[in-house]
Write a protein that binds this ligand. Structure first.
Ligand code: A2P
Length: 273
């Protein structure tokens, strides 16, 4: 399916498959192993994990066992949000690198600008310290691209103003009705790819009657319309599922939503979902 092999191009010319398989909340062991294998069997070539998900070892094993050449698969992982020192970042990367067992990481992200236990707290200095380690990993080829997650324009400004490499990507929560327009515009203006996690609002969009009405016109599911919406906005969707039939369904999005129907979807309010 073209949507699985089409690519966005990062600002450093690295190509990244347009749909990634999200593994947040998929437990380590057979759930993560089996769903990653199912995604690879379905044709996904981009897998998104994180140290904090605790499933890197299973994801890595699934990729190795698949027999698909490593260079055909794009792997993202993330440095835990709590890590805000250079030593901590080096240590976290080594653990991810070893657990994945896949050689260089294709994209390495700072998971969040602040620890989850203290969202919104000021870690500008710590993020710069961590980013300098990311720049080392990028320059020595152990990370083929580097980026951030959950950063807003202020977080990005303070990082970019004090460091050399502009992040290649920013992974944020992005779905119909919750599209973070300011951060998205900021990133577009600086050639930072926006990746959208929870494109189905962790499942909450699936019952939305307004999206269902659009989906019925195309003979598609709410999930497919919701994922396709991101692609038409040049945002990279990271749908998650542990169900093989849904994993396949979520990648079967080679159709076009009309401009009128995109406007209808634009008008859906986050409060509705
Ligand atoms: P499951 O993993 O049991 O298949 P998000 O990608 O926004 O995080 O949403 C993930 C949630 O949506 C999971 O609970 C997943 O359930 C569910 N889901 C994923 N794809 C589909 C689909 N095509 N149809 C229905 N539910 C889906």
């Amino acid at each position: 399916m073209p949507a699985l092999t089409d690519t966005f191009t990062l600002s450093n010319d690295l190509r990244i498959p347009k749909i990634g398989f999200g593994t947040w909340q998929i437990p380590d062991g057979s759930p993560a192993y089996d769903s990653t294998r199912a995604a690879l069997d379905a044709g996904y070539r981009h897998i998104d994990t994180a140290r904090a998900y605790g499933n890197e070892a299973s994801v890595g094993r699934a990729v190795r066992d698949s027999g698909i050449p490593r260079e055909e698969i794009f792997i993202t992982t993330k440095c835990p949000a709590e890590v805000k020192t250079a030593d901590g970042a080096r240590d976290a990367f080594e653990h991810s690198f070893d657990d994945l067992g896949l050689g260089p990481v294709d994209l390495y992200l700072i998971h969040a600008p602040w620890p989850w236990s203290d969202m919104g707290s000021d870690h500008r200095k710590g993020n710069i310290e961590v980013w300098k380690v990311f720049e080392e990993l990028y320059s020595n080829g152990r990370a083929r691209s580097i980026g951030v997650s959950n950063f807003d324009p202020d977080d990005l400004d303070s990082l970019i103003g004090a460091t050399d490499v502009v992040p290649h990507a920013n992974q944020i929560r992005w779905f119909v009705g919750s599209t973070q327009p300011e951060t998205t515009r900021y990133c577009e203006g600086r050639n930072i790819l926006v990746e959208g996690y929870s494109p189905l609002a962790t499942g909450r969009l699936l019952d939305n009657p307004d999206i269902k009405a659009v989906a019925d016109k195309y003979g598609k599911s709410v999930a497919q319309i919701s994922i396709r919406y991101l692609l038409q906005k040049d945002v990279l969707p990271l749908p998650k599922s542990t169900t093989p039939s849904r994993i396949r369904e979520n990648a079967d999005v080679d159709f076009e939503i009309s401009a009128d129907d995109i406007r209808t979807l634009d008008g859906i309010d986050a409060g509705d979902v």
